[in-house]
Design a protein around this ligand. Structure first.
Ligand code: ADP
Length: 496
C-alpha cells in the first residue's frame, strides 16, 4: 500500500438519513468527520410515496462545501445509497418527476402477475430473488399507471447514478446498485438482455457500467463555481449502501463475513467470491447482490428498523410513561433502548416481514392487530411496542442465519454494522438467539466503505483486503457473547 495523503468525501444516503462524511487518510490512518447530516423520509402526496431528491441534493451540496472548508482540498468523492429506486430523465435531460419510493404498491402490481415458475426463471436469469420492491417490478406498475411519463423517459438512473449525474453530468452505474434492479445478471456481470426483452423495457434507458475505482465523472464546473470548492473526480464505489458497508467489515484475512447490515432495512447475508444460483437458494428466498470488486453478497432483504422508525414517528415524541419530565425521550433512540429494562423472555412476537408491516397507515395498530389475531397479549405501554419489534427482528435474523448455516456458508462471527448496531439490546438478543458471537461495528460502515474504496483510484489501496484494512483504522468494534438465554421462541402466525 502506498503512503499518501488523500481527502475523500463519502455521500451516504440511507432511507432515514443523508450523511456527508469527509475522510483524511494520512498513509496510516483514516480520520473521519461527519460534516453534514439530514434526517429524511418518504413523503406521501395523494396516496403516492416520493423521495425529496432535491432536498437530498441540496444537503449534498452543503456537505461538499463544508468538507472543503474542513480539508482545504477534496481529492475525490463517492456516492452510495439505498437500492432499487430510480429517477427518469426526459427531453433535455430534465428530471421528469420526484423519484418514487419503493413503498408504493406499483411493485406488487408488477410482481403479482408472475407464476412461481416464472419467478424461478427470473431468479435463474439474474441471481436475484423476485421481490415487489425490485426496480423491474416497480417499472411494470409505474408505466401502466403513468404511460406518458414512461414514454417520455430517455434515461433511467438508480438513485446513486442520478446523484452522480447531478454532480458530474455523466450517466453511468456500478454492478452493486444495478444488481438491485433485477435487470442485471450477477453471474455474467452484465445487463440481463432476456429480462429487458421479456418485459419490453428499452435497454438503452440504462447507463453503462463503471468499474470500482475508476472515475465516474468530474464535478460540473458550475458547481465548482457555485460552491467555491475545488474540482474533483467522483470515483466508482459500491453505489449500493449494503455493498459499501460490507466492504468496511473488519474481518480477519480469508474470513467471508457473515453480516447484518442494520438500518431501515436489515440485510442479513454472507460475502461470497461468486453468486450461488441454485434451487435451494431460490427456495430459501435469498438473493445474490453484487458486492464490492466482483464479490457477491448472498443475503435476505428483510424488514429492519423501519417498524421502529414508524412507531417513533407515530408516538410523536410524547411518551409520558417513561419520560415524566419531557416530550423528547421517544425522539431519542438511546432513551428508547434504555427504557426497555430487561432482556428476558419475549413479551410478544410478530413476523416483521409480514406484508401488514410494509407501509401501514398506523404501525401501532398493525402490531396490535397482529398480536390480537395470534392470541398474544397487548403491549401495555408505548415502550413495550419497541420491545416486541426488537425481539421479533432478532428472531427473524436467526431464521436467516440458520438458512445460511444450512447452506454451509455461514461460519464464524456474526458482524452487525450500520446505524442499528448502536442498539445494544438488539445486539445482545441477536447474539443470544443465534448462538453466535456478535461483532458490532462500524456504525458508519457505509461511509467508511465508500471512503476506503475511493483509495483504489489513486492506487493507495489495491484490493478488498487493503480497503478493509484502511476502513478498520477508523471504525470501532465491540463484542457480544451469546448467553443462550431463550428457550426456542417461535414467530406465531397472525391468522385471519
Ligand atoms: P439508514 O441507512 O437506513 O438511514 P441507519 O443505518 O442510519 O439507517 O440506521 C438508522 C437506525 O439506527 C434507526 O432507525 C434506529 O433504529 C437505529 N439507531 C440510530 N441511533 C441509535 C442509537 N443511538 N441507539 C439505538 N439505535 C439507534
Amino acid at each position: 500500500m502506498n503512503k499518501e495523503n488523500w481527502n475523500s468525501v463519502a455521500i451516504d444516503c440511507g432511507n432515514s438519513s443523508i450523511r456527508v462524511v469527509v475522510g483524511e487518510y494520512d498513509g496510516e490512518k483514516l480520520r473521519t468527520t461527519l460534516v453534514r447530516q439530514m434526517g429524511h423520509k418518504e413523503i406521501q402526496i395523494n396516496g403516492c410515496w416520493f423521495w425529496d431528491i432535491l432536498a437530498i441534493f441540496n444537503c449534498i451540496k452543503e456537505g461538499l462545501r463544508e468538507a472543503y472548508a474542513r480539508v482545504g482540498h477534496i481529492h475525490s468523492a463517492g456516492i452510495s445509497t439505498w437500492g432499487i429506486d430510480y429517477g427518469l430523465l426526459g427531453e433535455g435531460e430534465l428530471l421528469l418527476a420526484n423519484p418514487l419510493c419503493h413503498r408504493n404498491s406499483f411493485g406488487e402490481e408488477g410482481l403479482s402477475a408472475l407464476t412461481a415458475e416464472e419467478r424461478r426463471e427470473l431468479f435463474d436469469q439474474t441471481g436475484i430473488h423476485c421481490d415487489k420492491i425490485n426496480t423491474v417490478f416497480q417499472i411494470l406498475g409505474y408505466r401502466r399507471r403513468f404511460p406518458v411519463f414512461w414514454r417520455n423517459a430517455k434515461a433511467l438512473l438508480l438513485i446513486p447514478d442520478l446523484l452522480n449525474y447531478f454532480l458530474t453530468g455523466e450517466k453511468n452505474t456500478d454492478t452493486s446498485i444495478v444488481s438491485t434492479s433485477q435487470l442485471f445478471d450477477v453471474t455474467a456481470g452484465n445487463y440481463a438482455a432476456g429480462i429487458f426483452k421479456r418485459f419490453d423495457i428499452d435497454p438503452d434507458l440504462l447507463p453503462p457500467l463503471c468499474p470500482h475505482g475508476k472515475v465516474r465523472g468530474t464535478l460540473r464546473p458550475e458547481l465548482v463555481a457555485e460552491l467555491g470548492i475545488n474540482s474533483f473526480p467522483v470515483v466508482s464505489v459500491p453505489g449500493h449502501d449494503t455493498a459499501a458497508a460490507v466492504a468496511a467489515i473488519p474481518t480477519d484475512s480469508g474470513e467471508k463475513p457473515l453480516f447484518i447490515s442494520s438500518g431501515t432495512w436489515s440485510l442479513i447475508g454472507v460475502e461470497l467470491p461468486k453468486p450461488m444460483v441454485n434451487a435451494k437458494v431460490f427456495q430459501l428466498g435469498l438473493t445474490n447482490e453484487a458486492g464490492a470488486l466482483g464479490t457477491t453478497t448472498l443475503l435476505k432483504n428483510s424488514v429492519g428498523l423501519f417498524i421502529a422508525q414508524r412507531l417513533r414517528q407515530e408516538f410523536g415524541g410524547v411518551s409520558e410513561e417513561y419520560s415524566p419530565g419531557g416530550k423528547t425521550a421517544i425522539e431519542d433512540w438511546n432513551s428508547i433502548v434504555a427504557g426497555i429494562k430487561s432482556v428476558g423472555r419475549p413479551t410478544g412476537i410478530i413476523d416483521p416481514n409480514d406484508p401488514v408491516f410494509f407501509n401501514p397507515p398506523s404501525m401501532r395498530e398493525a402490531i396490535s392487530t397482529y398480536l390480537r389475531r395470534s392470541g398474544q397479549r397487548q403491549p401495555a405501554r408505548e415502550i413495550d411496542y419497541f420491545r416486541v419489534v426488537y425481539d421479533s427482528l432478532a428472531l427473524s435474523y436467526r431464521a436467516v442465519v440458520e438458512s445460511l448455516t444450512d447452506l454451509g456458508i455461514a461460519t464464524g462471527d456474526l458482524h452487525i454494522i450500520g446505524g442499528g448496531c448502536q442498539n445494544h439490546l438488539l445486539n445482545q438478543i441477536t447474539a443470544d438467539l443465534t448462538g453466535r458471537r456478535v461483532v458490532v461495528g462500524p456504525v458508519e460502515a457505509t461511509s467508511l466503505g465508500v471512503l476506503a474504496m475511493e483509495l483504489l483510484h489513486p492506487g493507495i489501496a489495491s484490493d478488498l483486503a487493503a480497503v478493509r484494512k484502511v476502513a478498520a483504522t477508523a471504525g470501532t468494534r465491540e463484542v457480544y457473547e451469546s448467553r443462550g438465554r431463550w428457550d426456542n421462541p417461535v414467530i406465531p402466525e397472525a391468522g385471519g
